[in-house]
Ligand binder design. Structure first.
Ligand code: HEC
Length: 142
């Protein structure tokens, strides 16, 4: 290998290591949120929405509709913290139930739950940080 080529090789390796390190840090945080979110989900949400997010008949809507979750992504924190009622359409079906508020959940717990549900049941939307939950919760309409 000539001197020049070796230099280029070193620089490319460094860039590679740099990207790998950054990526794995976010991946570790993501994995932590996801695992904590799964536990919270099973404890606080699965009663109604089911362990597999399938919901229950016309009573509880499913969390498998990625279009609904994407379109309402910035409202999910509000739904979880303040509850939700009134007519909504999920997966082409109409629901008009009452989801109770869970006001004691912290921003980080809400972010963990959102990271979990938006990356499970056929959804793949990536990491949702707690700072985003804080921002979204300031914009709740109810
Ligand atoms: C007591 C039952 C119950 C519990 C517990 C509950 N939900 Fe719901 N959830 C509902 C009902 C009913 C609706 C529909 C409300 C409506 O018709 O406006 C709903 C709607 C939703 C929606 C919007 C519609 C959809 O299917 O995507 C999301 C997202 C959601 N719930 C997530 C959660 C999460 C996350 C938790 C746990 C923190 C949770 N829910 C806990 C009953 C529940």
């Amino acid at each position: 290998m000539s001197k020049n080529k070796f230099g280029i090789f070193c620089i490319l390796s460094l860039i590679g290591i740099f990207f790998y390190a950054c990526q794995s840090e976010e991946e570790i945080t993501y994995a932590r949120y996801y695992t904590a979110g799964k536990q919270l989900y099973e404890y606080k949400c699965a009663n109604c929405h089911g362990n597999d997010g399938a919901g229950l008949a016309m009573l509880y809507p499913p969390l498998t509709d990625s279009t609904f979750l994407k379109q309402n992504k910035t409202k999910l924190a509000c739904y979880i913290k303040n509850g939700l009622q009134g007519p909504i359409q999920v997966s082409g079906k109409n629901y008009e139930g009452i989801m109770p508020a869970q006001a004691t959940l912290s921003d980080i717990e809400i972010a963990e739950i959102i990271t979990y549900i938006t990356n499970s049941f056929g959804n793949k939307q990536g990491f949702y940080p707690y700072q985003q939950a804080g921002v979204d919760l300031q914009n709740c309409s109810n």
